[in-house]
Design a protein around this ligand. Structure first.
Ligand SMILES: Cc1cc2nc3c(=O)[nH]c(=O)nc-3n(C[C@H](O)[C@H](O)[C@H](O)COP(=O)(O)OP(=O)(O)OC[C@H]3O[C@@H](n4cnc5c(N)ncnc54)[C@H](O)[C@@H]3O)c2cc1C
Length: 382
């Protein structure tokens, strides 16, 4: 067995054994218990990309994609938690943070800490260059105030990467810096949101009220954070897409198994040509998305400069074809698929997230065309 297949089989075993029995409960209660979070941490899944020298598993992006896919096949909520903390938070620390900060926070993740990534605000998601959360340097400390929303993991997180304005509003993306901020109840209000899918992932709104952060906690140069954020999103989109791939795989399996057993007009659904057509269509979409995601992840691992475009291609494919696939899966399962008893109903709510989170479909289209025009190059390479 290759090392990739070993990583896959251990993630699958963990997901089926630990998450399988509680996946429905996680969705219903919109909560992952501390015990389960500890089990996920013990597997190293909140630190997927943290290099071994800092105590992490040091997985490649392709390997962490496979873990996210397997966890999300069983529980998308836990899959996205691992993805954000383990794959999206480490790269800005690895490539752009000062040595002491890099060590401190990568080691925190390796010891089971959970990280979150705070960019979106009530005012602005797609237009991230318009964010209004402010960071001011006062007496040698950064003081951060503002509101972030839809931040995955933030209900449980030990620390946050926070994008904040350090320049003038009219400077747009040239006036934004990135900070690492410890959880601090005295200056933060964190309110969990009741989202439609990917439930349990601790997606919350955060109010920062004059949070004081040591001056060295800035990642990259003052006013130079936007490129780092975009670079993290380039990588993050691939892993977010892979959580969608896990949801697609689960929906395909549910529909196919159901169609083999369910009979209509004296024969199984799999013997009816119109159902065969839907199953074939689902399989094609599933494998196309898998190939695109793996290709994009390999491009990041190799350092190919066109990985931002491939990341957006993979994310857009997972979003559009994922929504199509789960719709077909529900059609195959019929009335039962529409009932709360069925897993397909949860998967149907989950998959829509891929069209929105980590940049909407429209945002991916913008990245693809800007890349074709030669306007996007990843900052860690150029
Ligand atoms: C479950 C979930 C988890 C999330 N987790 C995180 C997280 O961990 N961290 C984080 O920072 N954010 C997170 N987000 C936020 C997510 O990234 C944003 O919701 C997303 O970027 C869209 O921003 P918005 O919601 O403000 O929509 P808007 O930007 O207001 O967009 C509304 C609509 O207008 C379209 N639109 C907007 N601008 C343009 C344009 N210029 N051209 C064409 N169309 C446009 C959009 O495509 C969309 O269809 C999460 C969201 C969800 C749903």
């Amino acid at each position: 067995m290759s090392s990739l297949e070993l990583i896959r089989s251990s993630a699958r075993e963990f997901a089926e054994k630990v998450l399988g029995p509680i996946a429905k409960k996680i969705d219903e209660e919109n909560f992952v218990s501390e015990d389960v979070r500890k089990e996920v941490a013990n597997m190293g899944y909140f630190a997927l990309r943290v290099p071994e020298e800092y105590g992490g598993p040091g997985l490649s992006l392709l390997e962490s994609v496979v873990v996210a896919e397997e966890l999300s096949r069983v529980s998308s909520g836990v899959g996205i938690m691992a993805t954000v903390s383990g794959s999206m938070v480490p790269p800005p620390l690895i490539f752009f943070a000062k040595k002491e900060i890099k060590e401190e926070y990568l080691e925190k993740l390796a010891k089971g800490g959970i990280g979150a990534f705070g960019l979106t605000e009530p005012c602005c998601g797609t237009d991230a260059a318009a964010i209004t959360t402010r960071a001011e340097l006062r007496n040698g400390e950064w003081v951060i105030s503002g509101r972030k929303t839809f931040i995955t993991n933030s209900y449980y997180a030990d620390f946050f990467l926070v994008a904040a304005r350090t320049g003038r509003p009219e400077d747009r993306h040239r006036g934004i810096s990135l900070f690492v901020v410890d959880r601090d109840r005295s200056c933060m209000e964190i309110s969990k949101l009741d989202m439609m899918g990917y439930r349990g992932s601790g997606t919350s709104e955060i109010l920062f009220n004059e949070c004081k952060v040591p001056s060295q906690n800035i990642i990259g140069p003052v006013n130079g954070g936007f490129k780092i954020v975009m670079d993290a999103l380039n990588e993050g989109r691939i892993v977010t897409a892979s959580t969608g791939l896990g949801v697609m795989q689960a929906a395909f399996e549910e529909a196919f198994e159901y169609a083999k057993k369910r009979e209509s007009m004296g024969k199984p659904l799999t013997e009816h040509q119109m159902i065969m057509s839907m199953i074939a269509e689902m399989k094609v979409r599933l494998e196309a998305v898998r190939s695109l995601i793996y290709k994009a992840a390999e491009k990041v691992d190799r350092g190919d400069p066109d990985y931002p475009m491939w990341s957006s291609i993979a994310k857009l494919a997972a979003a559009r074809w994922g929504v199509d696939l789960v719709r077909l899966a529900m059609q195959v399962v019929g009335g039962f698929g529409y009932s709360r008893e069925s897993k397909i109903e949860r998967l149907y709510r989950d998959i829509k997230m891929i069209e929105i989170g980590d940049g909407t479909n429209q945002a991916q289209e913008i990245v693809i065309v800007r890349s074709l025009l030669g306007k996007i190059r990843p900052p860690r390479i150029t």
